[in-house]
Design a protein around this ligand. Structure first.
Ligand SMILES: Cc1cc2nc3c(=O)[nH]c(=O)nc-3n(C[C@H](O)[C@H](O)[C@H](O)COP(=O)(O)O)c2cc1C
Length: 200
């Protein structure tokens, strides 16, 4: 049986369009739901940042730094146990919500989740070709018609998870802001239909 980790980046829970789409995509399947907004999600702070580079500089680390580093490695190993990832995220200020970026800062680590080959290219050691579905929402249309609308959400997520070795597929739902309830309902129905079609 395929095991799936759903990484949920909207703090709105079941009220989030991106979360509703992920749930429709995963309907009838077994999966583990993981909100990056959870209180117990590991944070990568001072000790972790020192521990990350200490070996490269030949410096020793404190017991606390060693302990936090072990938690970072444990989180990477937790993710590695899944056969597939689904990442749902709204766009926040042209990028991803900070809690998703904070979690990415935990799981992106040299050797443990990626390395370099002899040509200096990134090779993922976490994804190893496993599928990862991105389900992304945003209120505006990033179709190149407005130069001031720059999308750092989709390219960043595709880049970082591709670099970790995942086979990334992307579904984008935009623009999600509609002014009447009827228009909003229509948009939601169409978005649900796209994600169900993708699931099939
Ligand atoms: C803090 C915040 C920042 C946002 N920034 C953008 C943005 O830069 N561009 C955009 O198109 N939409 C932006 N939005 C709108 C959301 O991306 C949009 O409403 C999305 O559909 C919400 O998804 P969710 O219901 O899954 O949380 C922002 C929303 C919030 C709450």
């Amino acid at each position: 049986m395929t095991t799936t980790l759903w990484v949920e980046a909207s703090p709105k829970g079941d009220a989030a369009l991106s979360s509703q789409l992920a749930q429709a995509y995963l309907e009838g399947q077994d999966y583990e739901r993981f909100s990056v907004w959870g209180e117990d999600v590991l944070r990568f702070g001072r000790d972790a940042a020192i521990a990350k580079f200490a070996p490269l500089f030949g410096e020793s680390v404190t017991d606390e730094q060693q302990a936090i580093w072990q938690q970072v490695l444990d989180e990477i190993e937790r993710v590695r146990r899944f056969d597939r990832l689904v990442v749902s995220a709204p766009m926040w200020n042209w990028h991803v919500p900070h809690a998703l970026k904070a979690w990415i800062d935990v799981i992106v680590q040299p050797i443990a989740s990626f390395t370099l080959n002899d040509k200096g290219e990134h090779v993922g050691t976490l994804g190893e070709g496993k599928p990862l579905q991105l389900i992304l929402t945003r209120s505006s249309a990033y179709d190149g018609r407005h130069a001031e609308l720059q999308d750092f959400q989709r390219p960043y997520l595709e880049y970082v998870f591709g670099m970790l070795g995942y086979q990334v597929e992307t579904l984008v739902i935009e623009p999600t802001t509609r002014w009447t309830p009827a228009e909003r309902e229509q948009m939601r129905t169409e978005a649900m239909a796209s994600v169900r079609a993708l699931a099939e």
